[in-house]
Every structure is written in C-alpha cells, then in structure tokens.
Design a protein around this ligand. Structure first.
Ligand code: AMP
Length: 186
C-alpha cells in the first residue's frame, strides 16, 4: 500500500506511523526524521533546513521534494510506503502526483488524523523538544493551518481522503487507522 499520513503537529502521526509500518511491513518515510538526521550530520541540506525547522516554519519545497524523489527510488519502497509528514504543501502534493504518475504507482489512500487545536497545543507544550517553545509551537500550528490543511480539500476532491479521530487511547486510534487500511487491502 502507498499511503500519505496527514495530521497537525502533535496529532501523533509519528507514533501511529511506527505501528502501522510494523503491522503492514511497508517503508516508513518521515521527512521530519530525514531532516533531523541531515541536521545532526551537519550536511549542507541539513544545516539549511535547520534554519526553518528551528523557527517552526516549513523547509522550502524544492529541498524536500528532492529528498523524497531520491528516497522513493530505493528498493524498500517497492512494496509500499507510508509518507509521514510529506506532502505538506499543495506544491509538494503536485510534485508527488507527478512522480507517482510517471511510475504508474498511484496512492491508495490519504489518511488524516484529526485532533482539535487546543489539544495539540497541550500535547506539544508537554513534550519538551527543543523546537517546542510556545512561540515555535504556535508557528508550527499556523504553518499547518495555512499550508498543509488545504491538502485535505485537494485529496478529498478525488476521493482519496479518509479521516479518523485522533483523540483517545493510542491503541484505539491505531484500531481506527487499521480499520481504514484493512478495508482498502480487502
Ligand atoms: P515533523 O517531525 O514532521 O513535525 O517535522 C519537523 C520539521 O521538519 C517541520 O516543522 C518542518 O520544519 C520540517 N519538515 C518536515 N517535513 C516537511 C515537509 N514535507 N515540508 C517542509 N518542511 C518539512
């Protein structure tokens, strides 16, 4: 299966993504993890990306699209993958569409994890990562609302979108995600 997993910062997509890839045996493509690894390795791309990440802003589309284009060519993506944190803008979604059309490998589903904004702020403030000061948290939520949320309409127009409730116990949320994917897998 080829899946895009969308959710605001703090919704828990990372946690759920890890469980889903273990269950279904697909590659886990987290652009946040890739960027953090590049930043820690102090590569040119990593250092450039860090300027945006530490401000709670999105990294420019050309950087992230180049990373994903390369990653999708690796062998482990042949049996499906879960994109966690990509695409985050309409331009990225269009670039992804183009790559997938060229390969003849369309997405199976776009899964959205829904969590109300007050709850996100509460969760993020309690998590204590370096990029989680209140000001940065607010900026990340703004980036989601303004740049990523329009993707929901983009994908629902072509009937690719399935939304699940991201509130409650981790196991219950996982069961909701699994129900959607099992239905698709038939
Ligand atoms: P995440 O762990 O997915 O929340 O990503 C951490 C940070 O990496 C984000 O706040 C962005 O600065 C950057 N980032 C991750 N994925 C993307 C993307 N698809 N487009 C732009 N920036 C991204």
């Amino acid at each position: 299966m080829r899946i895009v997993f969308i959710g605001p910062p703090g919704a828990g997509t990372g946690t759920q993504a890890e469980r889903l890839v273990k269950t279904y045996g697909m590659a886990h493509l987290s652009t946040g993890d890739m960027l953090r690894a590049a930043r820690d390795a102090k590569t040119e791309v990593g250092l450039k990306a860090d300027q945006y990440m530490s401000a709670g802003e999105l990294v420019p589309d050309d950087i992230i699209v180049a990373i994903i284009a390369k990653r999708l060519q690796q062998d482990d993506c042949r049996n499906g993958y879960l994109l966690d944190g990509f695409p985050r803008t309409i331009a990225q979604a269009e670039a992804l569409d183009k790559m997938l059309a060229e390969r003849g490998t369309p997405l199976d589903v776009v899964l959205e994890l829904q969590v109300p904004e007050e709850e996100l702020f509460r969760r993020l403030a309690g998590r204590g990562r370096a990029d989680d000061s209140p000001k940065i948290i607010r900026q990340r939520l703004v980036a989601y609302r303004e740049q990523t949320e329009p993707l929901l309409k983009y994908y629902s127009r072509r009937d690719s979108l399935r939304s699940i409730d991201g509130l409650g116990a981790i196991n219950d949320i996982f069961d909701r995600a699994k129900a959607v994917l099992d239905l698709l897998a038939g």
